[in-house]
Design a protein around this ligand. Structure first.
Ligand code: FMN
Length: 183
């Protein structure tokens, strides 16, 4: 048996029938579907391009990282057209969407769309786009950038935050937008 591999062991009940298995080398669809079991919120990550024009894309890879210092991260695909602007930017914003913003999520995930034509935004101290009417906005100074395989991991240090304590989040689970439904 190769080093690092162990005989599989089972304890207690067998797993339910409707489960799926991924091993290294399996169809990556199964891995994607497994990752999709982790429900997330939905954000639009924004920055400015070379001409100080707003750019951004929908991203659900947002994660809180640290309170001291105040850090968060988002993973951006190397295929993203806007990635070069995030790589040269000194600042970016993460705009967390509320349940009424599914159209915004769709718009910022549509290639070629004029994403800011009908999107209301403002700027704070760094100039990066802060989307109006969001559930929360995090304005960040870029803290670090790491290799994340076919994505890059962008770490931001939070400069300023605004949030709405009333609205429900827009959620994403198993490839579909969702809403909270427990009381
Ligand atoms: C719900 C949802 C979540 C997404 N999350 C990410 C993400 O975390 N990182 C990413 O790079 N793309 C993500 N995407 C895909 C991009 O939004 C999409 O490919 C977009 O068109 C990229 O725009 P760009 O090529 O102009 O940068 C997501 C799309 C959707 C609908």
């Amino acid at each position: 048996m190769p080093v690092g591999l162990r005989q599989e062991r089972r304890y207690g009940l067998d797993m339910a029938n409707d489960t799926h298995d991924f091993r290294t080398g399996s169809d990556s669809r199964t891995l994607r579907d497994a990752l999709g079991c982790f429900g997330t919120g939905v954000t639009v990550v924004t920055t400015l391009d070379r001409d100080d024009q707003p750019v951004g894309l929908t991203a659900n890879s947002f994660t809180a990282v640290s309170l001291d210092p105040e850090l968060l991260l988002v993973c951006l695909s190397r295929q993203s057209q806007t990635l070069p602007w995030f790589q040269r930017a000194e600042a970016f914003a993460v705009n967390v969407l509320h349940i009424g913003q599914q159209d915004v999520a769709q718009l910022f995930a549509t290639p070629g769309a004029d994403r800011f034509e009908k999107t209301e935004w403002q700027s704070w101290s760094t100039g990066v786009p802060i989307l109006g009417d969001s559930l929360a906005n995090f304005e960040c100074a870029k803290f670090a950038e790491y290799d994340g395989g076919d994505h890059i991991i962008l770490l931001g240090r939070v400069i300023r935050v605004r949030y709405d304590a009333e609205q429900d989040p827009l959620l994403y689970f198993r490839g579909s937008y969702r809403e909270l439904h427990f009381d």
